[in-house]
Ligand binder design. Sequence first.
Ligand code: C5P
Length: 294
Amino acid sequence: MPSSIQLRSYAKINWTLDVLFKREDGYHELRTIYQTVSLHDLIRISETPGAIEVVCDDPRVPGDETNLAHKAAIQLRDLIGTNLGARIEIEKRIPVAAGLGGGSSNAAVVLLGLSRLWKVQPDDRELVQIAAGLGSDVPFFLMGGTALGVGRGEEVYSIEQAECEHLLLVNPGFAVSTAEAYGKLSRLTSTRPAAMMPFAFFAAKGIRGLSLAVTNDLEEVVLIAHPEIAEVKERLLSLGARLALMSGSGATVFGVFENVETSRRAQSEMRAAGFWSEPARAISRREYSESLFL
Ligand code: C5P
């Protein structure tokens, strides 16, 4: 009887994102604070005798070897030297190419899920190495919660877990290419002392106390090409959000609300205006690890 498992593949936001400089390898040196949020895809992985197969209910997500989850499975299989196969079914709820890390999360979750299904325990360092090779955001999703990301974002450190119950995610409905967003960045050095940023976060005791000074250095270039994102930010603020910021390379914007009433009202306004909009809350590292497997 072939066995199968089901996992939640959570989305992320970036509470802050500072780009310091362009590195010799072409990537940009970052300081970011990642946060997993409750919005998630569902992934079912079934053991099969041979090939790795990926299927997704969203036609924009390829099932072939260009899919990050597919690459993750192949690389794990090569690492452990098995000839077992797997069928990976992805139920998409996280908008695609939206700054929410959906594809990266799927890849990390496949590494964790397949390890369990195939009953192997790869070395943590090897798993992180595969994850980092798949994409800069992937290692974060092996950990989840609130984490500081440095390097190109692949080096992650768990920090004080932020509590935030009333987030509203809003996506204007177009995809943004991460490579293009970084490519347009002309201001390559931050004027803010990046080393201070995580300490500001600690001092603020999580996002509730954090000032409106959270920033995302990619906003200035992405907003020029997509003024709709600025419009979403302004609308969220006028609907009562304490802060509104683009996540990652966009186009999703998150708003932080004080209570469920204002958040719900804002959600229905944003939907009425034609935007995709979903409520979410911060998922701590502990909740992440306890709720990953269904
Ligand atoms: O690492 P990942 O594949 O997610 O990155 C996609 C693209 O985004 C890279 O090819 C690069 O152009 C850009 N990028 C960057 N600096 C980073 C992360 C990504 O320039 N720290």
